[in-house]
Design a protein around this ligand. Structure first.
Ligand SMILES: *Cc1c(COP(=O)(O)O)cnc(C)c1O
Length: 498
């Protein structure tokens, strides 16, 4: 049986194969691709503790991407989850205090997006071959720092692709900037703009909508694509680490096969936690998924009231990857909660675009409440969680992980729920050294970049990841800076079509 994918806003008879959906990214009607039927996972949970991360990933991908052959999926998995990760387990689970931490920060950019972005390029180029698509894929991204870097690390030197990343010259941290300008790979292009992230993002969207420019590219055998988190090829690989975590808990003797567990997930665009929802649909014994937000708590309000309202102030916080007002992947959950009703989903999304909000029915809300709990933590709670975990266990957590920890603690206090709790740990403390230092000691924020990292290492005694040690000796490879309006010209120059 071939599992097909349809748009959350469109008719089922326009469904595509998995590889076509991965090439397409976003549906032309603005919707997101979702499976038309429940994927069938061929995996005995009792076997999980004996499987490698690569084995689990293969089985999960096989359930979703049924038009790929076993050999193709194995090749993608092996190319992605190799020694780019500094832990052979890829996503190890550690135990500190009362909690389990699913460590998703062992990849090239020491944050969780590596788990998906290390495999997406291989899924895409395989999809291109399967569909006799012979244009070169050009990934075009605007980034506020993290996603663009993780995408470049994934696409670097992948045959048949090029990647062009625009970042705001003054809008990224010292470490992020160093990561950008030293990016390796003959097919990677990094361009600073004299503007902010919104300008970069808006211009990228305009370029995608510029039909004449797209035709010009096609004439030169190029096709633009996007690596952002709405691509089903990013979502599916994330389901694997929920299963892998469960296997590790059995292996560590923390649970028996069949016991249910909770996950607390630091949430922004709702991709990570949605993968947790799919893992439950596939049969993983999940009790509750806890949706943890920072001060940008639009999702906490949504799960409490059924009203999604993006009309609210935007806060810049110490957990920047969660500073989001429109969580794109929530659309997939809404679609499933309506009983796969595309018209109703499209109407909600239209309300969101036209009026800035939508309200789901009480039935939908209570259905979501059967699996999801939600909460948020302020900047002070975040800092406190880093400090407390470090004082009590000597384990240093980053500010995103700390939001999940603070919200998990609040949830347990309120409910008394004593199921084993897995805190999904999305970044290494070395990625946000200033926030961590400020929480665990008297810290002067003028100490930045490598100095802050080294100071943190003196305190937490965790070896520096390769992603950091190589960073400050690496040669600068990218020095192009343009005005926002010159972005199309920069692309034309890079692709030699001007
Ligand atoms: C992207 C990101 C998140 C949020 O994940 P979503 O899938 O967008 O919900 C949380 N923490 C870190 C460190 C991230 O990079």
């Amino acid at each position: 049986m071939t599992l097909l994918y349809r748009s959350t806003r469109g008719a089922k008879d326009n469904a595509l194969t998995a590889s076509q959906a991965i090439l397409q990214g976003l549906s032309p009607d603005g919707g997101l691709y979702v499976p038309t039927e429940a994927p069938q996972l061929d995996l005995d949970l009792a076997q999980l503790p004996n499987l490698s991360y690569q084995d689990v990933a293969f089985k999960v991908l096989k359930a979703f991407l049924t038009d790929y052959t076993d050999d193709e999926l194995r090749a993608c998995v092996n190319a992605a989850y190799d020694d780019k990760f500094d832990d052979p387990q890829i996503a190890p689970v550690s135990h500190h205090g009362d909690d389990f931490y699913l460590e998703l920060f062992h990849g090239s950019t020491i944050a969780f997006k590596d788990l998906a972005l290390s495999i997406l390029p291989h899924l895409m180029t395989t999809a291109a071959k399967k569909n006799n698509f012979n244009k070169e894929i050009v990934i075009l991204t605007a980034t506020s720092g993290d996603t663009g870097k993780a995408a470049m690390a994934g696409f670097a030197d992948v045959e048949g692709t090029k990647i062009i990343v625009f970042y705001p010259n003054d809008g990224v941290s010292a470490i992020q900037k160093q990561q950008m300008i030293t990016q390796v790979g003959e097919n990677t292009y990094v361009v600073a703009i004299n503007g902010n992230f919104d300008q970069a993002q808006t211009n990228v969207k305009e370029i995608f909508n510029d039909k004449a420019f797209m035709q010009q590219l096609a004439d030169h055998d190029y096709q633009f694509s996007s690596a952002n988190s709405i691509n089903i090829g990013r979502l599916v690989p994330q389901v694997a680490y929920y299963f892998y975590a469960y296997g590790q808990l059995i292996k560590q003797g923390a649970i028996k096969n069949g016991d249910t567990i909770n996950f607390s997930v630091p949430t922004g665009n709702f991709g990570d936690i949605l993968a947790g929802y799919y893992s439950k649909q596939l049969g993983l014994p999940v009790n509750r998924l806890i949706c943890a937000s920072n001060q940008n708590n639009v999702l906490t309000d949504f799960f409490a009231t059924g009203k999604y309202d993006r009309q609210r102030p935007f806060f810049t916080t110490t957990s920047p990857s969660m500073d989001i007002l429109v969580s794109s992947n929530l659309e997939r959950l809404i679609f499933h909660a309506t009983g796969d009703n595309a018209d109703q989903t499209a109407a909600y999304m239209h309300d969101l675009e036209a009026n800035g909000s939508y309200q789901v029915t009480p039935e939908i809300l209570s259905q979501l409440g059967a699996t999801f709990s939600a909460g948020f933590a302020s900047g002070d709670d975040d800092k406190q969680a880093i400090a407390t975990v470090f004082d009590e266990t000597k384990f240093a957590i980053d500010p995103h992980t700390a939001i999940a920890k603070a919200v998990a603690d609040g949830y347990r206090q309120k409910t008394g729920d004593a199921h084993p709790m897995v805190i999904v740990s999305t970044a290494s403390p070395y990625k946000f050294p200033n926030a961590v230092l400020t929480a665990i000691e008297d810290h002067n924020e003028d100490v930045d970049g490598l100095d802050a990292v080294q100071k943190l290492q003196g305190l937490i005694n965790v070896p520096l990841p390769k992603a950091i040690t190589t960073l400050f000796d690496a040669p600068v490879r990218h020095d192009m800076t343009v005005q926002p309006a010159e972005m199309p010209a920069a692309i034309a120059k890079i692709l030699k079509i001007d």
